[in-house]
Ligand binder design. Sequence first.
Ligand code: SF4
Length: 383
Amino acid sequence: MAGTRKKRNKWLQRKHLFLWVKIMTRHYIIPIFVPHFGCPHDCVFCNQRKITGLSTDVTVEEVRRIIDEHLATFKKDSFIEVAFYGGSFTAIKKEIQMELLKVPYEYKKEEKIHNIRLSTRPDAIDDDILGLLKDFKVDTIELGVQSLDNEVLKMSERGHSDMDVYESTRLIRKWGFKLGHQIMLGLPGDSRKKSLDTAKSILEMNPDMIRIYPTLVIKNTALEDQMNEGSYTPLSLDEAVETSAMILMAFTSRNIPVIRVGLQPTENIQMGKDVVAGPFHPSFRQLVEEYVFRLLFNEYVTRNRIETKGKVLVFQCSNTKTSIIAGQHGRNRERLIDDYGFKKVKIIPSIKKDNKVKIVIDNEERVIDLDEEIKLYVNNNPI
Ligand code: SF4
């Protein structure tokens, strides 16, 4: 009975928080990068100083300054989250973790911020650490899983195994944190099948969110040496897009948010700057979503035996979907004409529902529900 009441209270608290977040107008993230800080490893692909653009370890004063500077620019009644990104937060010395966490903890107590999130390694999690994070009111922990294939983990010199991921996931859940998983595609020893198997196992762990990062070769890393020696070949852009699309659809069909696809471009995370090779694109996610749309459209047209040759196709969709349907530089539109023989393809941003696309061919209207199409696709093509 007490257990049921506890569960119900938890559910009500979550529902309350959800409504509260919805009422607020914006969700802001204050990123604080902890480059390589405390990380005892050197994964072959990692040069955190390059990825974060920082070379010094962050101080308590900087944490306070970063938060204050961001707060000054945010609109009132926003949902604000402080996020420690970069190195492996929980591998930092305990005293330093506490000093750093104390700052957002105080802001959270004063209700100036609402959430605290951090990312870390799967083998840097145990009951002691999670107890400490609870004391400092951390909400979300993102685990750098990267792969669940032990050969890939070994060749990437991750220094942990798949068992560390399963165990840390279990502990994070037990302590009631929100859980994120980050995976990488195209690591040394990886294959399309291994990446999809990793995604499948992660689906079974049911995280609250995931991030998908195709591996990029960053300057001054062991991976760059391996590539130059010829023992590592990065994924092509097309391969990375295709595998990311399969994973994106698999998680979307299960209502697990994919909060990032592809490394965020910065001034230095650009091809020819710190990125020396690999499937980099400044709008990588858009490429993946365009690809998903092509797949779904093809399935829909084939399944419904729609006559396309010489016809005019009109899409009516939401504003946000127009660029995905048209594709970058109009590529999707051109392919629709080439692949299906449409005479003309028009795209009109005229409906509000983001997950619905109306198609009109010869005055015949059909509505494609993208969420339902993704479910159907994943059902017919499980990863
Ligand atoms: S664990 Fe993370 S921070 Fe440490 S070397 Fe590997 S990728 Fe870099």
